[in-house]
Design a protein around this ligand. Structure first.
Ligand code: GDP
Length: 443
């Protein structure tokens, strides 16, 4: 999801590497890249402008946060502003009504029928609702069959629509049938066209009037970028949508739709479709998507945790050591013990920018809890000098360390390799000059 945007933003943040503080020049320079990254992701140009102006104002006006270097400060601001752009607080459905009537609208092929089935499953599973599916697209017999097939798969009732029926009559009668069956969730799967069409809009307006749905969910294909936003605007003007379901987020959508739709329509994305299976639907969490876009796991939680649980100056000293590539096994051991206070090591590492990817590359077994105990044993078997200068650890030293900690030489090799990689990622993220670090890597 949003891979190229993620990469471009990462490049933009590189501009802040080695900078002492945020100033007019480096902020302008860095934000130029951010702007291009967003435009390339097909985000609406007005949205991009507002976003960049806002980030700039905060970056230059904000009080410098202790312990964060300029790169981290800008990432923090961009993360918060991206979250806002994506809708801020997570918006679910108001589930107080019984029956809850959801009207699904959108262009043909956007994923309305699939999403109707997915929502039925989701709301049954998580909220104990009894769904009733209503095929109201009488123009394509296949659409009726498709929803009936989904209904059978889910083992939920569906209205027996036929192509000779009037969609408004179908919906009206379906409410009676749903009540008879004791269903408290009615999903109206309406017709879509390839383009916005007056006749269709009138029909949808009539259904809305006849059924008074609590929610009119606009279903948009995330892959269509800004087109989805334009269409959402038109549907909103005509019908007054209450939220958006963004489908096909599992594909290589660039991010334009997700990042523009709230600002342009004032309506939040409530759910995302992440695959073709009925279970492939998730609530849309703006903050998590923002973190994912920034490829940073959940660095904010880590910073907040570190700030609340470790002495701030100590955290800063650690960050500075990492930045200077002076972070060695000795520090690692010391901090590993302190960091344990913050929770699982695996969870913590995932929160560090870039570590999510490193851990993926290393395989899912890298550094879980008991691995950490072994790691501690291996580092404890090193001499102080070896911990301070890992480059000294040759084959015979490795054999001695392995014997001392009761592991294989291969385990010692893996630890050293992981540590080198971690050190490299941290140096890249934390900035620094050109001198060589402990592992002979450029700082
Ligand atoms: P409708 O015409 O709006 O009812 O669209 P459909 O529900 O028939 O979906 C059109 C196509 O998109 C179908 O092949 C679906 O399987 C596919 N689709 C829908 N949602 C998703 C999604 O979240 N991810 C993926 N990969 N495919 C989806």
């Amino acid at each position: 999801m949003f891979e190229s945007l993620q990469e471009r933003l990462g490049n933009a943040f590189q501009k802040f590497k080695g900078q002492k503080r945020l100033d007019e020049d480096n902020v302008r320079e860095g934000l130029r890249e951010v702007r291009l990254a967003l435009l390339e992701a097909d985000v609406n140009f007005k949205v991009v402008k507002g976003f960049v102006d806002q980030v700039k104002e905060r970056a230059l006006g904000e009080e410098v946060m202790k312990g964060l270097n300029p790169g981290q400060q800008i990432v923090k601001i961009v993360n918060e502003e991206l979250t806002e752009l994506l809708g801020g607080e997570q918006q679910g459905l108001d589930l107080s009504a019984k029956p809850l009537k959801l009207m699904m609208v959108g262009l043909q092929g956007s994923g309305k029928t699939t999403s109707s089935g997915k929502l039925a499953l989701y709301l049954r599973k998580h909220h104990g609702r009894k769904p009733y599916l209503v095929p109201a697209d009488v123009y394509r017999p296949a659409a009726i069959d498709q929803l009936h097939t989904l209904a059978r798969q889910l083992d939920v009732p569906a209205y027996p629509s036929t192509t000779d029926m009037n969609p408004v009559d179908i919906c009206r009668d379906a409410m009676v049938k749903a009540a008879e069956l004791g269903c408290d969730l009615i999903l109206f799967d309406t017709a879509g066209r390839l383009h916005i069409d007056e006749t269709l809009m009138d029909e949808l307006g009539n259904i809305r009037q006849a059924c008074s749905p609590q929610e009119i969910l606009f279903v948009a294909d995330a892959m269509t970028g800004q087109d989805a936003v334009t269409v959402a605007e038109a549907f909103n003007d005509k019908l007054g949508i209450t939220g958006v379901v963004l489908t096909k987020m599992d594909g290589d959508a660039r991010g334009g739709a997700a990042l523009s739709i709230k600002t342009v329509t004032g309506r939040s994305v409530k759910f995302v479709g992440v695959g073709e299976k009925l279970s492939d639907m998730e609530l849309f969490h703006p903050d998590r998507i923002a973190s994912r876009i920034l490829g940073m796991g959940d660095m904010m939680t880590l910073i907040e945790k570190a700030q609340s649980e470790i002495d701030e100056d100590e955290a800063k000293a650690m960050a500075e050591k990492m930045a200077k590539a002076e972070f060695d096994f000795e520090d690692f051991l010391g901090h590993m013990r302190k960091l344990k206070k913050l929770g699982s090591m695996e969870g913590l590492l995932k929160m560090i920018p870039g570590m999510g990817n490193v851990m993926k590359q290393l395989g899912k077994d890298a550094l879980p809890e008991d691995e950490m105990r072994r790691t501690e044993a291996i580092i404890s078997s090193m001499t102080r000098q070896e911990r301070r200068q890992p480059a000294l650890i040759n084959q015979s030293r490795k054999e001695r360390i392995a014997r001392g900690s009761g592991v294989k030489v291969a385990d010692v090799n893996v630890l050293i390799k992981n540590f080198k990689q971690m050190s490299k990622v941290m140096q890249a993220m934390m900035g620094g000059g050109k001198k060589k670090g402990k592992f002979g890597l450029p700082k």
